[in-house]
Design a protein around this ligand. Sequence first.
Ligand code: PLP
Length: 401
Amino acid sequence: MRPVYLDNNATTRTDPAVVAAMLPFFCDQFGNASSSHAFGNDVAGALRHARRSLQALLGAAFDHEIVFTSGGTEADNTAILSALDNRDGRNEIVTSAVEHPAILTPLDYLEHARGIKVHRIGVDARGGLDIEAFRRALGPRTAMASVMSANNETGTLFPVAELAEMAHRAGALFHTDAVQAVGKVPLDLKATQIDMLSLSGHKLHGPKGIGAIYLRKGTPFNPLMRGGPQERRRRGGTENVPGIVGLGKAAELALSLMQGEQGRVSALRDHLERGILDLGQCMVLGDTENRLPNTSNIAFEHLEGEAILHHLGKAGIAASLGSACASGSMEPSHVLRAMNVRPSALRGAIRFSLSRDNTIDDVARVLSLMPDIVAKLRALSPSARTQAPMTASLSPASELT
Ligand code: PLP
């Protein structure tokens, strides 16, 4: 039976059209974009084309606002260090408590190694940012605010255009980690005050190991990678040409397919969610009114997410615990803890994340298996057996279902 992949927030399948676009750049057009001969010129043209494709997807004003990186993690690290180096006398950063480790880990490091102050703003039960606390944390010492566009575990969207204006009023730069949003929801950076944005190829059916940072024209910037003059001296190192070409093709496909796919994928996601909620004693985590179209994080009361994943895996179905990065660690996800998810549900959270590759048959397969899996695990769970049915009294997110 065909495996069913519902872990697209961890990574996506590279689109075969992306692979086809990349292939000539290994053996035929293998030149170095910096070379002045024909081999180099061909490649430089391909890089320009890819940059324009990303410009279009992001709604950026200029193609040179895109700087290619090795992925989302490099883009996030670049944004943080550059902002701190360019805001004399300002050594505070305002962020959210639910960012990806690509933001939180460098901030933890800088807090200890460089003595910067980090304000980690909390979220409500649906994962939405405490906007008033964000406003209060901004001040004359804030170098940058960095808040993700969409959360990787719950799909909750953040009002980044509004947050960027608030950061600017305090004289701070604004960065958003949009790794989960790019390619899934429309963006129009021209219409916002966002200074920097991170994205990653492998989350939008592009290759792994390639990404970009958007850098609004005029934004003060210090490179993370210092070396040759590539990327207008903003990122040294010979360009990953096949990767960049693949990312450009992925951006073109995302832009052309987005309108139709957004509605189709969210309808599949909602169908899956409704079918699972009908089983009772489970709830959706995140903001169901304001979410990525592909993401559903469902907490099963008194069950272990690992056990559910194990049974799904045996049937060829791949999903993940709250977060791919948290899988394998025994710590409950920092995102779900920040949302104050009750302990009895915390360990039972499963993230289903769909993509344009999924079909109604995939969803039907999951829904045909879940009743048995859940019934079997509930029968084995001592706490589930001793508790009264909880669907009506789940908190804090019960009203979401
Ligand atoms: N930011 C978010 C929100 C992510 O989901 C991820 C990947 O899981 C990253 C950053 C890191 O991106 P990359 O894998 O390209 O380094």
